[in-house]
Design a protein. Structure first.
Length: 94
């Protein structure tokens, strides 16, 4: 089963990836805007990183097209501190 995890390199996303990998899932895709992959240590060979921004609809469509997921775990979000500093930017990310 193919799984697409938005926010897959974040704290919760990386844990979900580990749990899915440990339960035998082999087609794991992390859709991520960030370039920080340190939380995927030990799992990075088991997941394909798809770079993009959830605020860009074309990015989302490309990730879905590439992964062809059976299930999507939507965990992508903007962190609270940057959101508080730029509320309108938090709603409009491109």
């Amino acid at each position: 089963m193919a799984c697409l995890i938005t926010g897959g390199t974040g704290f919760v996303g990386a844990e979900i990836i580990r749990m899915l990998r440990d339960s035998g899932h082999t087609r794991l895709y992390a859709f991520q805007r960030s370039q920080s992959f340190n939380r995927l240590e030990g799992s990075s060979n088991d997941v394909e990183i798809l770079r993009g921004d959830l605020g860009g609809f074309s990015h989302v469509l490309e990730a879905e097209k590439k992964a062809q997921p059976d299930v999507i775990y939507h965990l992508g979000a903007m962190l609270s501190t940057p959101s508080e500093a730029d509320p309108s930017g938090a709603m409009r990310r491109t």
